[in-house]
Ligand binder design. Structure first.
Ligand code: PEP
Ligand code: MN
Length: 360
């Protein structure tokens, strides 16, 4: 993509608050529900109302959305509150209907971004539109696939683009519904600093409790906006009940968030420093996670050694590990002295873990 600067213009032109706040239910359920939530959001920082009309569900048998009917409800909500409206489109027929109802912003779901064929079809259907299109990351942690979708829309003459970070699925259960893998949007942001980047904390979290922390991290990383699932009665929502928050909670979150405005040299310096520190925090968190995983494997080895009556310390194996790591460390520009120190510490912790297992 050349003219990257023009990518951000639509967001500036809309003259909305920073950050852009998109809020509304996971799914449009009834006309009353959509209109009620819109009225409750009207006086918050949210300027765009979201609601899924066509819901791509991973497993069949769940609520799959009310369909085109819901577009009328969104239009009514817009008329009554002045909010802009946005919904997910997943094929050219959806695009056609959304255009006919003059939906202000469209988004592409995570299960759509994974498929270049369908992305291409949607991009063709939208050719030349000036409506902003927000592209969610694919469900799998693949930056190329995400960028590929952005490029397909850009090549179809769609200039008003943005991306939504909604996390990545993992086979193993983690504390997140979808692992944030912050490094991926950070890499994307480094490559396209003018492509508006929006966080969807709801689908990352999978529960309401960590929405605030995710939003704060995103703002510290200079994200441009937030898309937060919001429902007047979250517990009884027809989809994603555990992760939705009330408009009142949303309001409190936006009040409590530290929002950075970039003005003046000193402020600019502090902002950049704080962004870099947040990036370090993200990596440190990953380091701890990986060390924890390594020790769990050590525990299993300890168990195996116990069952087979084998000694904990095996010098030959240890020297092999060290030799390999010193060589690999060189590629990462890490000194031999550092590698020795860090691996000795890891090895000692491993031995402590195994001792504990064997004596238990
Ligand atoms: C949604 O926004 O409700 C949704 C289905 O999101 P995703 O595509 O991120 O799963
Ligand atoms: Mn949802």
């Amino acid at each position: 993509m050349e003219n990257k600067k023009e990518l951000r213009n639509w967001l500036n032109d809309m003259n909305l608050n920073h950050p852009l706040v998109i809020a509304g239910p996971c799914s449009a359920e009834t006309e009353e529900q959509v209109v009620k939530i819109a009225h409750q959001l009207k006086d918050t920082d949210a300027t765009v109302l979201r609601a899924g009309i066509w819901k791509p569900r991973t497993r069949p048998g769940n609520f799959e959305g009310v369909g085109a009917l819901g577009l009328k409800w969104l239009q009514r909500a817009r008329e009554e509150t002045g909010m802009m409206i946005t919904t997910e489109v997943a094929n050219p027929a959806h695009v056609d209907l959304a255009q006919k109802h003059d939906v202000d912003i469209l988004w592409i779901g995570a299960r759509t971004t994974v498929s270049p064929f369908i992305v291409q079809e949607i991009a063709e259907a939208l050719r030349g539109t000036d409506k902003p299109v927000l592209i969610k990351n694919p469900v799998n942690p693949d930056l190329g696939l995400w960028l590929g979708a952005v490029e397909r829309f850009h090549k179809s003459g769609i200039k008003n683009l943005g991306v939504i970070h909604r996390g990545f699925s993992t086979y193993e259960k983690t504390r997140y519904r979808n692992n944030p893998e912050w490094q991926i949007p950070i890499d994307l942001q480094n490559r396209f600093p003018d492509l508006p980047l929006i966080l969807d904390p709801s689908h990352i979290a999978g529960n309401r409790d960590i929405i605030f922390d995710l939003c704060q991290t995103a703002l510290d990383l200079n994200y441009d906006g937030l898309m937060i699932e919001t429902h007047h009665d979250p517990e009884n929502a027809w989809s994603d009940a555990a992760q939705q928050i009330t408009p009142k909670t949303l309001d409190q979150i936006t009040i409590d968030l530290r929002i950075r405005k970039e003005e003046g040299d000193a402020v600019e310096f502090r902002n950049r420093l704080s962004t870099l520190r947040t990036k370090i925090d993200v990596v440190d968190h990953k380091l701890l996670e990986i060390l924890g995983k390594r020790m769990k494997i050590s525990d299993e080895i300890g168990q195996l050694k116990k069952e087979n009556n084998v000694a904990i310390l095996q010098t030959k194996r240890w020297n092999e590990i060290l030799g390999k790591m010193i060589l690999e460390g060189e590629d990462q520009k890490l000194s031999e002295e550092f590698i020795l120190r860090i691996f000795k510490a890891i090895h000692q912790e491993s031995i402590n873990h195994q001792k504990k297992v064997i004596s238990s």
